[in-house]
Design a protein around this ligand. Structure first.
Ligand code: AMP
Ligand code: ZN
Ligand code: ZN
Length: 426
């Protein structure tokens, strides 16, 4: 063969070589999605949280990019959050597979006998591993297995957990634009194999914030959904432009949904119990009460049992289905508000604008509290709808996708197998 002829053949040979690693054809027939995932060995996993999304907020008109992911991948009809249906407990459940009662982030606001008080706004507490060490988040599992990880905010990722941090991490910064967050993640995922994180996380505090201020049925919430969806569109376009779409498994979740709270459906915690008799550990929808010494019997007599707007239990008598009450940080009495009712300190009520709002923190079995699960990528089947499942089942899936041994957890590793292509499910 002449040298010229050999050179002319080179592009063909190159094409043939590429064909062996090209993505599986986009065919939604049942047999086609059992093909081996392309680039399986090098796939990275991107876990995205959209705070406060209920499945009802996803629509083809408002959220075309979420819809695209559903079409091109798998989605659950709904995902049941763990108790309590609040941001920090559920984000940590998603990445540990443990119920809040086991991972120890039992509320957004809690007290520990040794560590003192935990609040979302307390940077020292949020960054202190002692609060988080009862659980092993997926980035710690992955780092311990020798994989690089990167977090653009996720509750728990600002602390060294069991002494381990993600390779790259950022403190939560609500002022940072969604586009800039997406660009940072795209940068990570574009790195060469040697440095590219195998796991990245991305967190958006919307539409939760709009949902709280205006309620789940408000134009403001719809706009917030459009905004986060546009950010997802930027992400998907960025992956397409870099030729990465078939190398990245994307899992999009939310932590809980949102229920409407009518303007007049708010009471003060002082109406529940006298501040002379007890300390309020947490307010809102899951009200934690610690009776003052000597007042245990009187506070229990006042609170325990069902009331018009709430039900209270002693921590050892919380219904089994809620999996709550064993961790030492759970207060002695827990009061669960009925859907659509808030209980807040009188001083906050005085400052709160009177209008329809939104809250979560209600019973995890309520449809309004349901979260979303949507996933697409080389490991996932296409066009599959899964029945509802518990959010503890996400961690074993993440471990499987990364090929790392899952730490002890409360999830069922079988639940999400039907989401996976043949090779990834093995
Ligand atoms: P909540 O609705 O009270 O359950 O919590 C949601 C809020 O948590 C969001 O609006 C965020 O502002 C806040 N948040 C999320 N991640 C963090 C973090 N890592 N540190 C502090 N606050 C956070
Ligand atoms: Zn949340
Ligand atoms: Zn919220």
């Amino acid at each position: 063969m002449s040298r010229l002829r050999a050179l002319a053949l080179l592009p063909l040979l190159w094409l043939a070589a590429c064909a062996s690693t090209a993505p599986a054809p986009r065919d939604t027939s049942p047999s086609a999605d059992t093909a081996a995932p392309a680039h399986a060995s090098a796939a990275s996993l991107l876990l995205v949280s959209l705070d406060g999304v209920n499945p009802a907020f996803v629509s083809e008109d408002d959220t075309p990019n979420l819809h695209r992911l559903m079409r091109e991948g798998v989605h659950a009809e709904w995902m049941r959050p763990s108790y309590p249906t609040l941001t920090f407990p559920n984000h940590y459940t998603l990445v540990t597979g443990l119920r809040p009662d086991r991972h120890g982030i039992v509320h957004n606001a809690m007290t520990d006998a040794t560590l003192g008080d935990f609040r979302l706004s307390d940077r020292d507490a949020v960054g202190n591993g002692d609060w988080w060490n009862d659980g092993e988040p997926i980035w710690v599992t992955a780092e311990n297995a020798g994989l690089r990880t990167a977090t653009l905010a996720w509750p728990g990722s600002e602390a060294p957990v069991r002494g381990v941090r993600p390779t790259h991490w950022f403190p939560f910064d609500a002022s940072r634009s969604l586009a800039s967050r997406v660009d940072t993640v795209l940068g990570w995922l574009s790195e060469p194999d040697a440095t590219r994180p195998r796991l990245a996380t991305l967190y958006f505090e919307q539409p939760d914030a709009a949902g709280h201020d205006f309620g789940p049925h408000s134009p403001e919430l719809r706009q917030a959904m459009r905004d986060v969806d546009a950010a997802l569109g930027r992400l998907l376009d960025g992956l397409d432009a870099r030729g990465l779409a078939d190398r990245i498994d994307i899992v999009v979740v939310s932590d809980h949904g949102m229920a409407e709270v009518a303007a007049d459906r708010v009471m003060t915690v002082e109406e529940m119990v006298s501040m002379a008799e007890a300390r309020i550990v947490s307010a809102g929808q899951v009200v934690g009460v610690a009776p003052n010494p000597g007042f245990e019997a009187v506070v229990e007599a006042r609170l325990l049992g069902g009331h018009d707007r709430y039900t209270c239990w002693r921590r050892d008598a919380i219904p089994e289905r809620l999996h709550y009450g064993r961790h030492p940080r759970v207060p002695p009495i827990v009061c669960q508000m009925r859907e659509g009712w808030d209980a807040i300190p009188a001083e906050y009520l005085a400052r709160r604008p009177v209008r329809t709002r939104g809250s979560h923190g209600y019973d995890p079995d309520l449809p309004s509290m349901r979260a979303i699960f949507i996933a697409r990528g080389p490991s996932f089947r296409r066009g599959v709808t899964l029945p509802g499942f518990d959010n503890v089942d996400v961690y074993p899936l993440l471990a499987r996708l990364l090929g790392v041994p899952a730490a002890d957890n409360d999830g069922d590793p079988a639940t999400l197998l039907p989401a996976l292509r043949g090779d990834a499910a093995r």
